[in-house]
Design a protein around this ligand. Structure first.
Ligand SMILES: [Fe+2]
Length: 313
């Protein structure tokens, strides 16, 4: 099974977001329209991850390092006052190079010293089972390729920029790290249908989560947003009277596990809904709750009506 098309990329692009799910690994839990869209999309040259040499070093071209620099510079303008403090703290700890793609062992040194996590170099797409197994073992899958310039604002696959810049800063935070580990363990033991519901939990937290119930101090912690300059701006614009196009304001909802599990989402368009947790330690509360019991309840109740137009294709 393929891992989900990544969000982050998508997002970026259109301001839409994408999933992030390499992560999710999830399967198609994303919305059906996205999958149909993939089927009908013209074929492009597929992305292929780089293989490390005998010393574990990955060699990137000047163009690839240039893309990293361009993406990082663009996002650095958007993150201050929008990303949550823990993310900014993690970013500082990672001390990412400005002009080249970092080596994973450098990322691992910081993750190991903070939460005991590490990265795992993977192909562009991995199976569901492998995705969950890696997370359960405190290994965060990172596809070792970076988007091409013609995909700068839109890419369905989660690339190394999304994984490193979107997620790794918060993997230094205990609640975020524990959430990922627990999620992996639950996913390993879940049925295919249960995984679809679990994917929504990952989507609305790790990929597209907001934190802070006070709107004036609300911040972003979702990696799908934080690796997308356009969505980084858009996501916090709910309720802004200055919004030129009010119909494009996202809706912010207080996090409710059952609601999240029942909320459809799409990967090919900017997110219409974000769920807001009180603070990052709320992620501890979530993993300590009966997630699978809620999944079964959500399966019984069914999904909410999509808040977006569903394609007929
Ligand atoms: Fe992701």
């Amino acid at each position: 099974m393929e891992r989900l098309p990544h969000t982050n990329s998508v997002n970026k692009a259109i301001g839409a977001n994408s999933v992030a799910c390499k992560t999710l690994g999830t399967d198609a839990s994303h919305d059906d329209s996205a999958y149909k869209k993939q089927d009908s999309m013209p074929k492009k040259q597929p992305y292929v991850s780089h293989q490390p040499d005998s010393h574990g070093h990955i060699h990137y071209s000047d163009d690839e390092n240039g893309m990293w620099q361009a993406l990082l510079e663009r996002q650095a303008e958007q993150i201050p006052n929008r990303a949550c403090p823990a993310y900014l703290d993690g970013l500082k700890k990672l001390n990412l190079p400005a002009t080249r793609i970092p080596q994973l062992h450098d990322i691992d040194a910081v993750l190991q010293a903070t939460t005991g996590w590490q990265t795992a170099a993977v192909p562009a797409l991995i199976s569901f089972g492998k995705f969950f197994k890696l997370l359960a073992n405190k290994s965060f899958p990172v596809a070792t390729f970076i988007r091409r310039f013609d995909d700068m604002d839109y890419i369905e696959e989660p690339d190394i920029f999304h994984e490193i810049v979107g997620h790794c800063p918060l993997l230094t935070h205990p609640a975020f790290a524990t959430f990922n580990e627990t999620y992996g363990k639950l996913g390993l033991n879940a049925t295919k249908e249960e995984r679809w519901f679990l994917a929504r939990l990952y989507w609305f937290t790790i990929e597209f989560g907001l934190v802070g119930q006070n709107q004036s101090s609300r911040r972003i912690y979702g990696g799908g947003i934080l690796s997308s300059p356009s969505e980084t701006v858009y996501a916090l614009n709910a309720g802004s009277e200055k919004q030129a196009e009010p119909q494009h304001k996202p809706e912010h909802r207080a996090f409710d596990l059952l609601d999240v599990l029942r909320t459809p989402y799409r990967i090919d368009h900017i997110q219409p809904i974000y769920y807001v947790i009180d603070d990052l330690d709320t992620l501890f509360d979530i993993v300590n709750s009966d997630i699978m019991g809620m999944v079964k309840q959500a399966m019984s109740l069914g999904l909410f009506e999509p808040s977006y137009a569903v394609k007929n294709a």
